[in-house]
Design a protein around this ligand. Structure first.
Ligand code: A3P
Length: 333
């Protein structure tokens, strides 16, 4: 398949055919690397983006106005975004929890909590300055690095919940996910793990370098503890009740005594568990607004699955990078 044929056969989330003039003009000046699929990453403000997502970032930097009442979930890709979207949605709409018509039973979390730079851009016929595109208080998500967030996010009092995951599981999850996309959406074979691993270690991954992404938000959470909450997937898995309560307090809606006594904390956790969400029809057979298959977002949901994929040399390399990058920061995985 030549370049042009490949571009026309690409799924919508990878196509670069309808980029804004601003993005088209910027791209030739940016460093370029081959991505893990069949297009390229562009280095913008120190991080790697697909053209389409870069377009969304530029658009948001110009047009998005954060409101004090917004909650913004920021994650590194493949760190458990789907889970946190579900948890935050359930938490903020908790009066609906026992409804038989609960939105989470019918829709994938990515369709309930849009990515600022993905879905809204895909639906670019909606005016981003028209606040009616979502009811307030809004729950939004992004993978944008801290340095690239729209200025209004930093200037407003909106709350930022940041989720990340240990680099080895993040890599394995990202590689597996990319292989699903390659097989289904680009008719390519799975990528050899050592090639993808080398890219990840060099910082060349979607919204990478992974370590820089994590460190920017970790530092922001230390400087602005009332505005930025830093959570790791592993701690969420280890003590989900404690962390759900922590999220509720951070967002200014702690569980009341009645809610605690009524089992609301466990109710939300059960509804958003891997087991519950992955069994739903919508998540087994549905597609999200971006065109991706919902089932790809539910693989194993375990901590430490990397032992099944990484060689001792790979482990030594990635552990060494992590130690060097995080040295002196106070952050550990
Ligand atoms: P694995 O690939 O290790 O299984 P993201 O949502 O950021 O794309 O991350 C996807 C990862 O989160 C996948 O990890 C997926 O299985 C896991 N995941 C999805 N839903 C989950 C849930 N409800 N609880 C825990 N992990 C979940």
């Amino acid at each position: 398949m030549n370049g042009q044929e490949r571009e026309t056969s690409l799924p919508r989330y990878l196509k670069g055919d309808d980029l804004t003039e601003e993005c088209r003009a910027l791209i030739p000046s940016l460093p370029l690397e081959r991505d893990w699929l069949s297009t390229h990453y562009h280095l913008y403000q120190g991080f790697w983006f697909h053209a389409r997502y870069l377009d969304g970032v530029l658009w948001m930097q110009r047009h998005f106005t954060a409101a004090d009442s917004d909650t913004l979930l920021v994650t590194t890709p493949k760190s458990g975004t789907t889970w946190l979207k579900a948890l935050l949605f359930s938490l903020l709409h908790r009066s609906q929890l026992s409804s038989l018509d609960h939105p989470l039973l019918r829709r994938n979390p990515h369709d309930l909590v849009p990515f600022l730079e993905h879905r809204l851009y895909l639906e670019s016929n909606q005016s981003l300055e028209d606040p009616s595109f979502m009811a307030f208080p809004r729950l939004l998500a992004t993978h944008m690095p801290f340095a690239s967030l729209p200025v209004s996010v930093k200037d407003s009092k909106c709350k930022v919940v940041y989720l990340c995951r240990n680099p080895k599981d993040t890599f394995v999850s990202m590689w597996s996910f990319t292989n699903s996309l390659r097989l289904k959406d680009t008719a390519m074979d799975p990528s050899p793990i050592d090639e993808a691993f080398d890219s990840f270690c060099r910082g060349v991954s979607l919204y990478g370098p992974y370590w820089d992404h994590v460190l920017q938000y970790y530092r922001a959470s230390l400087e602005l503890p009332d505005r930025v909450l830093f959570i790791r997937y592993e701690e969420m898995k280890e003590s989900p009740r404690e962390h759900l309560r922590r999220l509720a307090r951070f967002l200014g809606c702690p569980f009341s005594e009645e809610e605690e006594a009524g089992g609301l904390v466990d109710g939300i956790l059960t509804q958003c568990s891997f087991e519950s969400l992955s069994k739903l029809e919508v998540n087994q057979r549905g597609k999200s607004a971006s065109g991706m298959e919902n089932r790809w977002f539910f693989r194993k949901g375990e901590v430490g699955d990397w032992v099944n994929y990484l060689s001792p040399e790979m482990i030594a390399r990635i552990d060494h990078i992590t130690e060097e990058k995080l040295q002196g920061s106070g952050l550990k995985f």
